[in-house]
Write a protein that binds this ligand. Structure first.
Ligand SMILES: Nc1ncnc2c1ncn2[C@@H]1O[C@H](COP(=O)(O)OP(=O)(O)OP(=O)(O)O)[C@@H](O)[C@H]1O
Ligand SMILES: [Mg+2]
Length: 342
């Protein structure tokens, strides 16, 4: 179902993305050690990665909510269990791992335990390509980040059969996480291939909506489809939201947009007060550093130190919310205008 809100997991379900799958397949075939898959929120990264993995041996790990080392190993064993049918032959006999029916037990501390790096070394011995995907990798913080970065650096240098894919919706923060240009990072100086997942162009977005409604056996006017594409600009996650809302009976496009804006607003709420002020200024039309500063000064009576403002703008760019004082997602632009401060 195209309008299923969960990430797609198979190539059959995936709409388009032929070129991206071809690139990933080729990179995996030639044994690329490190790949970054980048794209703003809801653009379809997770769907692409899970569908890609369908044809390869590997593991997908979502790093959202991982803060402790125990979380990492819990996700790792869950990720292996999901694919146990395909991975059983890789895992049986590895010290620290017990295959029990359809699940695996992973011991990561104490005697006869196995670390992430140890596991990668074992998997490498099979002599077959093995893909390891960390989704939303920019969220990983110490101590887990240190363990993962060291494992990636070692893999890069010594484990020729392992391909690591890091994905994330906060593109600048993900690049910082790897720290290819940062001499203090274990990954300093290593090359990574970057694949950027883009929004669908208008004609494809229209076709996506048509197919989605057809699958749902709902006949809709072409205008309904045009409206979706105009409002949500080819961002597939929002198109799905539109399709579902429409099917559930919300027939007014501006009402659907309103619901989406509320979701985005809840996501924006997590930012700091200063970050929200800057976003609101940009949402209200400030087109430069000095216009943002003036807006905050006049509207909020607040003088932001120059260096603070520069830092916040850089951070919002690294989070892939704005670029050159433009929003990357139209829903976020509207949501930003609604921000209430104080
Ligand atoms: N190529 C595609 N074909 C069909 N549906 C898709 C495609 N890409 C994404 N979707 C759908 O769009 C929604 C968002 O996709 P997905 O979760 O993969 O995006 P994401 O970039 O990982 O989002 P987030 O940044 O929130 O993690 C889901 O409902 C998913 O099923
Ligand atoms: Mg995702």
């Amino acid at each position: 179902m195209l309008f299923d809100p969960r990430p797609k997991t198979s190539r059959k379900e995936l709409f388009d993305r032929k070129k991206e799958l071809e690139i990933l397949d080729r990179l995996a075939e030639r044994g690329e050690p490190l790949i970054l898959v980048l794209g703003i929120r809801r653009i379809g990264k997770t769907s692409l990665l899970k569908s890609f993995l369908e044809r390869w041996n590997g593991i997908y790990i979502d790093m959202r909510g991982v803060s402790k080392t125990s979380d990492l190993y819990e996700r790792l064993s869950r990720g292996l269990s999901v694919n146990i049918g395909k991975l059983r032959r890789f895992l049986e006999g590895i010290r620290g791992i017990k295959v029990m029916g359809l699940e695996i037990e992973l011991k990561w501390r104490g005697r006869d335990s196995i670390s992430l790096l140890g596991l990668l070394e074992e998997l490498n011995k099979f002599g077959e390509r093995f893909i390891v995907i960390f989704d939303e990798a920019q969220l990983i913080k110490p101590p887990v980040s240190i363990e993962i970065k060291n494992a990636i650096a070692y893999t890069y240098d010594h484990l020729e059969n392992i391909t690591i894919i890091l994905s994330g919706s906060e593109i600048g923060l993900l690049r910082d996480f790897i720290g290819i240009e940062n001499p203090d990072s274990p990954l300093y100086g290593r090359y990574s291939y970057e694949l950027v997942v883009e929004r669908f162009p208008n004609n494809l977005a229209m076709e996506f909506m048509r197919q989605g409604f057809r699958e749902a056996e709902l006949e809709v006017d072409e205008r309904v489809i045009e409206e979706a594409v105009e409002l949500f600009d080819g961002i597939v996650g929002w198109l799905v939201f539109y399709g579902r809302s429409y099917i559930d009976g919300v027939r007014d496009p501006s009402r659907i947009f309103e619901l989406a804006v509320n979701i985005a607003l809840r996501e924006i709420e997590r930012l700091s007060i200063r970050e929200k002020m800057v976003l609101k200024a940009i949402g209200e039309g400030a087109k430069s550093w000095s216009e943002v500063r003036r807006y905050i000064m006049e509207e909020k009576g607040y003088v932001l130190p120059k260096s603070t403002l520069s830092r916040i703008i850089r951070k919002l760019e690294k989070m892939s919310i704005v670029k050159n004082y433009e929003f990357l997602d139209p829903v976020y632009r509207f949501a930003s205008r609604r921000i209430r401060i104080g």
